[in-house]
Write a protein that binds this ligand. Structure first.
Ligand code: UTP
Length: 267
């Protein structure tokens, strides 16, 4: 079945961006002049998604306001609500009715990709195999414990792996590989049954990785190891890097910014 819907979870508290997030949701913080979430909407549209469903919170009305004018002739943008921030897994389950029994993409808005190639590849892999498929990247050993770490079995092609276990933010002794989950997923609709079956983790949140781990045990989860350009805009320093690098790459302002930076650092 074709993948036509992308779910963008945007109902979190954004505590790492306080005090800014008292006034502006993290997902609307600008990358120069464009809200971060717009990059993800554009990526979804470029990958052929016809619908974008943003999961938001009633405490963040500016997201709904932004979504109201974000539809184009290619993609229809709508919102659903998560009443309280009970975790990423819970946020995804709030989109169950909107997804209406179809496979769907999940795209985290605090990770901005250089292009739409990874989500396109994940859609292709899902359409070929009917198995949930998620983005992975190789990281140095010191970084593994900040992410969901995956164990893999057979490698059916160069960069496609079958995932057999997932450990969320492992301690050094628990690390099983150098592969970690990044924020692009294409999920079969049975993920909602798994989300309904899991219990909150120790921090009280329903974790998407716990539901994915159930798929992994059944050999129903594939990964694509990607070296896509990726900006982690979930932290202030990551956002700052994204703003500088993306602005440097723009034709209208890049040369001006580069000259300013060069002058600033000239000894
Ligand atoms: P994060 O954990 O990075 O976002 O979730 P957060 O909770 O807002 O950030 P901090 O830790 O407080 O700084 C990844 C994505 O999932 C959404 C967030 O909005 C973010 O886009 N999310 C997270 C939800 O929609 N609901 C939740 O309950 C948690």
């Amino acid at each position: 079945m074709a993948v036509r819907t992308a779910v963008i979870p945007a109902a979190g508290m954004g505590t790492r961006f306080l005090p800014a997030t008292r006034a502006i949701p993290k997902e609307l913080l600008p990358i120069y002049d464009t809200p971060a979430i717009q990059f993800v909407i554009d990526e979804a549209a470029a990958a052929g998604m016809q619908r974008v469903v943003i999961v938001t919170s009633r405490a963040k009305p500016s997201i709904e306001k932004y979504a109201a004018s974000a539809s184009t002739d290619k993609v229809a943008v709508s919102v659903v609500y998560q009443d309280s921030p009970l975790g990423l897994g819970h946020a995804i389950s709030c989109a169950r009715d909107a997804v209406a029994g179809e496979p769907f993409a999940v795209m985290l808005p605090d990770e901005i990709m250089g292009d739409s190639s990874l989500i396109k590849e994940l859609v292709k892999l899902y359409e070929k195999t009917s198995k949930s498929s998620i983005g992975l990247k190789k990281v140095p050993p010191t970084e593994v414990s900040s992410y969901g770490n995956v164990g893999t079995s057979d490698t059916s092609s160069e960069n496609v792996v079958t995932i057999n276990r997932i450990i969320e933010k492992p301690k050094p002794a628990e690390v099983v590989s150098d592969l970690v989950i990044i924020g692009r997923y294409v999920l079969a609709p049975n993920i909602f049954d798994h989300l309904a079956a899991i219990r909150p983790s120790s921090n009280g949140e329903l974790q998407l990785t716990d539901a994915l781990a159930l798929l992994a045990v059944e050999s129903q989860l594939l990964g694509i190891v990607s070296d896509i350009t990726r900006y982690d805009t979930g932290t202030p320093m990551g956002l700052l890097r994204a703003v500088i690098e993306i602005a440097l790459g723009r034709k209208d302002i890049g040369p001006q910014l580069q000259t300013w930076l060069e002058n600033k650092f000239r000894s």
